[in-house]
Design a protein around this ligand. Structure first.
Ligand code: AMP
Ligand code: MG
Length: 321
């Protein structure tokens, strides 16, 4: 079966086409805001880029819509205007070409792309992106949240820090590059509460420290602190749940320092570590893959169920696959 997935929750319009687990195309168009992501501007960007992205994806796959068996789209969570734009495109295509439609949870898609591409069966998941920071594990057919941020997501924290110090959005990769030049560790607030975390105090403090320290050193210290916090809560959950596999996913999962820290921690617990390199950031492939998993599990959705869900939580999805 061939699925076309449309990702459009925030900054990236992604069109992915997959034939089972094989990626036929992966087109991503990214909105670069001057300040934070403006929902209306981001959705306008998606509307303007939609037909070009679809054409490009089909061309790369050597297909037209007659060859597509399923249209899936990111139903939530995300920014309302962005979700509505991608959902409208998905509904239109489904109706025009008579192709089944499947709305999927964006966070579960981040998990499933990792599980499939890293060949893991039942991992403990650290999901770190702009808006989300969660530690999850499947139990009784739901991805249960064992820990999460109590305020902002770790990616959001990095992007906000970057914006204040003049780095282009998304700041995560630029902070990573600057951190490699940093040598001196500056003590910053380390806030872990059981398996929950908090990043807003860390952000405020890091911004104060740039006045009397080199930016490279602050970036280095910011990463070391935030990623040590993430490693600690993941380790606590791992020990508690006796998991045998650890999966890192979501945009912040691109960070090589975070990958190294989690790989080392996993190794100490004799757990297999996986990160879906190239597919951590938002993309249409993960949406297509999850659509197929759901379809194969017998799930069918009517048009009336395709409304968008801005606050669609990971633990609301029954995992039937
Ligand atoms: P997503 O929405 O899953 O695509 O994740 C987006 C977030 O990932 C943004 O906050 C980015 O700053 C962050 N991000 C992307 N690449 C990196 C990186 N190399 N290091 C840290 N954060 C990153
Ligand atoms: Mg995401």
């Amino acid at each position: 079966m061939i699925a076309l997935g449309i990702e459009g929750t925030a900054h990236t319009l992604g069109i992915g086409i997959v034939a089972d687990h094989e990626v036929l195309s992966d087109v991503r168009m990214v909105y670069v805001p001057s300040k934070g992501i403006h929902p209306r501007e981001a959705s306008q960007f998606m509307a303007d880029s939609m037909s070009k992205a679809l054409d490009e994806a089909l061309e790369k796959a050597g297909l037209d819509f007659k060859g597509i068996d399923l249209i899936s789209f990111s139903q939530g969570p995300g920014m309302g205007p962005c979700l509505r734009t991608s959902a409208t495109a998905a509904r239109t295509l489904s109706l025009s070409y008579g192709i089944p439609l499947m709305g999927v949870n964006h966070c579960v898609a981040h998990i499933e792309v990792g599980r499939i591409f890293c060949r893991l069966s039942d991992p403990l998941v650290l999901y770190v992106s702009g808006g989300n920071t969660q530690i999850l594990k499947l139990k009784d057919n739901y991805y249960r949240v064992f820990g999460e941020t109590l305020d902002i997501g770790v990616g959001n924290m990095l992007d906000k820090f970057g914006r204040e110090v003049g780095l282009e959005h998304p700041a995560g990769p630029k902070i990573e590059a600057l951190a490699k030049e940093g040598k001196n560790y500056i003590e910053l607030p380390y806030v872990v509460k059981g398996t929950d975390l908090s990043f807003s105090g860390l952000l405020t403090s890091a911004l104060q420290r740039i006045k009397d320290n080199k930016l490279e050193d602050v970036c280095f210290s910011l990463q070391e602190t935030a990623f040590a916090m993430l490693s600690e809560v993941t380790e606590r959950a791992l020990a508690h749940l006796k998991a045998k596999e650890v999966l890192l996913t979501g945009g912040v999962g691109n960070n090589s320092r975070l990958q190294v820290m989690l790989a080392k921690m996993s190794e100490e617990h004799e757990a297999v570590f996986g990160v879906p390199k190239g597919y951590c950031s938002d993309n249409g492939v993960m949406i297509a893959l999850l659509g197929l998993l759901m379809y194969d599990a017998g799930i069918r959705q009517g048009l009336e169920e395709s409304y968008v869900r801005q606050r669609f939580r990971t633990d609301e999805v029954e995992v039937k696959w």
